[in-house]
Design a protein around this ligand. Structure first.
Ligand SMILES: [Zn+2]
Length: 488
């Protein structure tokens, strides 16, 4: 059962180099299909119309549909090796049968050494958190790592063309402000791949590697930004073990190391004025900006709030951020949930109100994911006439800091009107005392905050059915927060 890949000549706009590739599937399986990829400026792309740049995408599809892939053109040995590697990887991850790449082996090097020169380093660039943090990290690194070109790939075949055009215009302006030439690639390959495979999970890294091969006239390397943080790397369409396998002697496909968790990537770029004017994380496709409502937007907005950069990035969101929007998030995977909690914890008590919102989001892991947890300490409300709404900020902070040392948190949502169990502030200036309020007559003697201990709070903790295991002291001034707990 064999899929065949052909290159089809096209005549089109001379400013763009256009490539058309065609797949013929085994008889009676799938109808023939073709896709077009175009590159501007035309001079950035290879001059030949080889099938080579289409092999990675076609090969992944062949694995997915259980057919071998035949190419009549001779292909470099590295491509044969790369396909074998990717086939085994996809088998290990997803149980797919590795397709055989049936093609003659090319004897000549892809680019004769006489023509070799120091080419450029192209970075796939979406204006998202990952590509911005990769760009800034490589610019801060050794000169050999500095990107010389940005590559934007317009592949969102499902999104309104007007929004895609506006997004491209925004990327052009950003590249211009960065002083880097932008290579614009447009491809409809997803119209062929998406019915059979998942773009995020299995195909995008190979498609981008193929685009890198297409640009080897201009580039020595094509760099993809990491999605995952290295300690939590898992099967994904771009992966440190995947797209580098499609490298050729003249073109390295690089997966930039995922050294930083997501929140540290946001923290690393959030204060950059160019990032603030251009950040694009949302793929809801409702406008050329970020919707401000989806889970991904709300996570980035939370991190921007914790970095004090909400106002500077407000123009990039269709909807202003209010913490109550987090209540609309119904579910989150354990990661990124832990990532947001870590950012809150890094900030300390100043991030605690946002933490409380995210604590309510269900983050029960699906069975296939390792359980990851962070402590969710019991929260105590401020009650009485000096309830949370009316108590002096300094008093609230003093109580919160003392509770942190005891492994407890203040409830930011508690109302002073409720006859709920909680802590009542006593006195009208520092040093404050507190009275522990549980249902029934208030008979407790006030305790100075500095002397408050868990023994005093025992009746209150019993009244709110607190689990002693959740009582975990933490640093009110913040912590690095990158520890992975609950992982085997
Ligand atoms: Zn969004």
């Amino acid at each position: 059962v064999i899929t065949s890949l052909h290159a089809v000549p096209v005549v089109g706009d001379p400013r763009r180099a256009t490539f058309r590739h065609e797949l013929t599937f085994a008889p009676g399986t799938l109808p023939d299909a073709a896709w077009t990829t175009s590159v501007a400026p035309a001079t950035a792309a290879v001059a030949d119309r080889s099938t080579l740049p289409a092999v990675p995408a076609a090969y992944v599809l062949a694995c997915r549909i259980g057919q071998d892939l035949r190419v009549e053109e001779a292909l470099p040995l590295e491509v044969h090796d790369g396909a074998r590697h990717v086939g085994r990887l996809l088998q290990r991850w997803y149980g797919w049968r590795p397709a055989e790449l049936i093609a003659p082996i090319a004897v000549a090097p892809v680019r004769p050494s006489a023509l070799r020169r120091r080419g450029g380093s192209g970075l796939f660039f979406t204006r998202g958190v990952d590509s911005w943090s990769t760009l800034r990290a490589r610019q801060a690194g050794p000169r050999s790592q500095h990107p010389t070109h940005l590559i934007t790939v317009d592949n969102e075949v499902h999104v309104d063309p007007a929004i895609r055009a506006a997004t491209l215009q925004g990327t052009r302006s950003t590249a211009e402000a960065l002083g880097l030439p932008l290579i614009e690639v447009t491809t409809d390959v997803r119209s062929i791949l998406d019915p059979h495979t998942d773009w995020g999970l299995s195909t995008h890294g190979s498609v981008f590697a193929g685009i890198g091969l297409l640009l080897r006239r201009t580039l020595d390397e094509a760099v993809l930004s990491p999605t995952h943080w290295t300690p939590l790397v898992r099967p994904w369409g771009s992966h440190p073990e995947l797209e580098p396998a499609w490298s050729l002697p003249g073109l390295r496909v690089v997966h930039h190391p995922g050294d930083l968790p997501r929140w540290q990537r946001v923290a690393a770029i959030a204060h950059d004025p160019l990032v603030q004017r251009s950040l694009q994380v949302c793929w809801q496709g409702r406008s050329e900006r970020n919707c401000g409502r989806c889970d991904k937007c709300l996570r980035v907005l939370t991190s921007l709030a914790l970095e004090g950069e909400l106002a500077s990035t407000a123009d990039r969101f269709d909807e202003p951020f209010g913490p109550e929007a987090i209540d609309r998030v119904e579910r989150s995977l354990p990661y990124p949930w832990t990532d947001i909690i870590d950012h809150c914890d890094h900030v300390g008590l100043a991030g605690d109100a946002l933490r409380q919102r995210w604590e309510r989001v269900d983050h029960t892991p699906p069975p296939e994911l390792e359980p990851m947890t962070r402590p969710i300490q019991p929260r105590l409300g401020l009650v009485g006439p000096e309830g949370a709404a009316r108590a002096p900020q300094e008093a609230i902070e003093t109580v919160a800091r003392r509770l942190a040392r005891l492994g407890l948190r203040l409830d930011h949502g508690a109302s002073s009107q409720e006859p709920a169990p909680g802590i009542e502030l006593v006195g009208d200036r520092s040093p404050w005392s507190v009275r522990i309020r549980v249902p029934g007559p208030a008979s407790e003697v006030p305790v100075p905050i500095a002397e408050l201990r868990l023994e005093h709070l025992a009746p209150l903790l019993a009244a709110i059915s607190a689990d002693p295991a959740d009582i975990v002291p933490f640093d009110p001034d913040g912590a690095p927060g990158t520890r992975i707990s609950g992982q085997r």
